[in-house]
Write a protein that binds this ligand. Sequence first.
Ligand code: ZN
Length: 271
Amino acid sequence: MKFFDTHCHLNIPPLREIYKEIIESAQKNNIDYIVIPGTNYEDSIFAIEIANSFNNIYCALGFHPNEIIELSLKEIIIKLDKLKNNLNEDKVIAIGEIGLDKKAGNFDFQKEIFILQIRLAKKYNKPLIIHNRELSNDLLKILKQEWNDYFENNIVFHCTEPNEEILEFAKIKKLYLGFDGDLTYRKDKQEFIKKVPLDLIVMETDSPFLLPEPLRTFIKHQTRNKEENFFPNKPENLILIFNKIVEILNLDKEILAQKLLENSLRLFNLK
Ligand SMILES: [Zn+2]
């Protein structure tokens, strides 16, 4: 069985210092493919560097909504313009992660930057990796407004919220829903994934975040203060998410693994 971690931040602390050993260990554990999304200009460039130094490691470029707050529109336009030069590189397979985040504030600015990046993707025919925190309606409105048919099979709702409207839109347009370590402990997501067509499911660890169970509880018991409590997630833990999906959907492991791999490759136009 081969696995694909479709969302893993090897380009940010604390993983950026140890990405080589993390990738080697992942590949030993059959996590053959990884996509590293960008969250700002600097880590997008670093993501390309990492992707270029290993087989089957790919990256996406973009501004995460939490990373734009301290920048002006002009600064972002200049940086996006620089990133354009990298969009045709072999290992750059998407624009992301981009989107809307309720906690980040300044919604009009977030929307403006999101739309700018969708238009960039359209111009270069790139898939989208979408971040959404509690702003599903605004997000869907923008996606419908900016829709282009090539986006069919080329968008993932990263760490999807268990939202019916998103699921309906994804079914109609053939878009992917990403499931992470929180699937191992969130009952609402465990119910939600049962409604998602198998063709639209992809897995992601979102490392260093979202440590899956049982590691999450184990670490909680090992550590006392909050700071120590941050134990980075790693792509090799994808297998814990996979086992949970097997359990919830009650499917044959080999068949499910093959399906999830095919979905991930199709999402990023890799085969
Ligand atoms: Zn992310």
